[in-house]
Design a protein around this ligand. Structure first.
Ligand code: TRP
Length: 395
């Protein structure tokens, strides 16, 4: 099976990325033809304003991928923006993709949901202004042929201007606060490129005629859209594309150090780039069962992120069971429990950390790997694009 997947360059990789994505990719590389790429163009769909970190994020990601075991001799590793065929295919797909497919995409709809709250506000504003507008129109020295339509048009324009005024800070900020829509959401994400995010993703996959796409559940609507675009293309111009399937794998959930989902934005992540000391500090500060205040209080391991880590990193499974029993019996204190964990966690992390350091010192070589990968990817994408051009009678 030919497998394609990508990752946006948003910074260093943490344990959650490894268990959720990379470990699976490393396995797939052994069994299938794989194309894995850094989706730097996708990073721009929301992060186009501040691009200062883009290049360094791409480089960090390359280093992390190699350190975590992705192997350029087993599959193609590349950078999206180096293969311009993605852009051409995106453009051609955009011609055949109904706007409604994109507007109904849940990711986009989430945003529209926010905008719907604006819809309510807009109705309120119109209600409050209607009489005034009627009066105003009545005072005009012109003969009005369609009073109602003109009234509606003015009300639309006025409410739109007022809403823009709210986001521009020309009205009291309390209104903005109660709206639950930030200025950033309002302007920054409502772009043509963001609407077309899934079309670009379809191009990423179909440029290689990908058949399997390992992704998280949140990406399912995007893969469904890819299938619809492939189907529509084949129907219009003849069979060129397969209909790719999402490959969902059960991956263990890795909580962050505060028990919530591990995420950069929660500031609760353990990174492969962290030093031994940084990891130690993070673990020693971890949240445990809030009811276990003293060493001798019984704890509830199933509610404790430290215990989840033991299940992932402590190799001796009997020891894990012993930790459970001792914690529940109030015989094991959290500090000691964390100290035991640290030993096994370090054993897991230190080989990656070493490889990461080595990779970092060979940044030029790593770049060459991805340039060479991009060349290979482009060869394949070029084949597909010439079939596409032919099918669409572009010569
Ligand atoms: N949208 C994906 C994410 O945010 C990243 C991505 C871009 C991708 N293009 C892709 C994933 C193509 C799979 C296939 O995780």
């Amino acid at each position: 099976m030919r497998i394609v997947s990508g990752m946006r360059p948003t910074g260093k990789l943490h344990l959650g990325h490894y268990f959720g994505v990379i470990k699976n990719w490393v396995q797939l590389q052994k069994e299938h033809e794989t194309y894995f790429f850094i989706a730097d163009w996708h990073a721009l769909t929301t992060g186009y304003k501040d691009v200062r970190a883009l290049q360094s994020n791409v480089k960090e990601l390359m280093v992390d991928w190699i350190a975590l075991g992705l192997d350029p001799s087993k599959g193609v590793l590349f950078i999206q923006s180096r293969v311009k065929e993605h852009a051409e295919l995106h453009l051609l797909f955009s011609m055949i993709t109904p706007k409604s497919w994109l507007e109904w995409n849940p990711t986009y709809k989430d945003l529209k949901y926010n905008l719907l709250r604006l819809q309510d506000l807009s109705l309120q504003i119109k209600g409050a202004l209607r009489d005034l507008v009627k009066e105003f129109l009545g005072m005009l020295p012109y003969k009005i042929t369609d009073f109602e339509r003109l009234e509606e048009r003015l009300l639309d324009d006025l409410s739109e201007s007022l809403i823009a005024g709210i986001f521009e800070g020309e009205l009291e900020p309390d209104i903005l606060r109660s709206l639950n829509v930030s200025k950033r959401d309002f302007y920054e994400t409502d772009t043509y490129g963001f609407l077309g995010y899934p079309v670009l993703q379809a191009a990423d996959i179909l440029a290689y005629k990908g058949e399997g796409v390992p992704v998280g559940e949140d990406q399912l609507p995007h893969i469904e859209l890819t299938r619809e675009i492939a189907r529509r293309f084949n129907h219009l111009y003849g069979e060129v594309f397969p209909e790719p399937k999402a490959l969902l794998t059960e991956t263990p959930k890795v909580p962050g150090t505060d028990g919530r989902k591990m995420s950069k934005s929660y500031n609760n992540a353990i990174y492969f780039a962290d030093s031994k000391e940084e990891v130690e500090q993070k673990i020693m500060k971890m949240f445990t069962d809030p009811q276990k205040l003293r060493k001798n209080d019984p704890g509830r391991p199933d509610l404790c992120a430290v215990f989840t880590y033991h299940k992932l990193f402590t190799k001796d499974k009997e020891k894990v069971e012993e930790i459970r029993k001792d914690c529940e019996a109030g015989k094991l204190g959290c500090v000691e429990c964390k100290r035991t964990l640290l030993k096994d966690l370090e054993e897991f992390l230190s080989p990656f950390r070493e490889r990461r350091k080595k990779a970092e010192s060979k940044a030029d070589e790593i770049m060459d790997i991805f340039i060479e990968g991009s060349r290979k990817a482009q060869e394949k994408a070029k084949e597909t694009l010439s079939q596409v051009r032919e099918a669409m009678n572009l010569g």
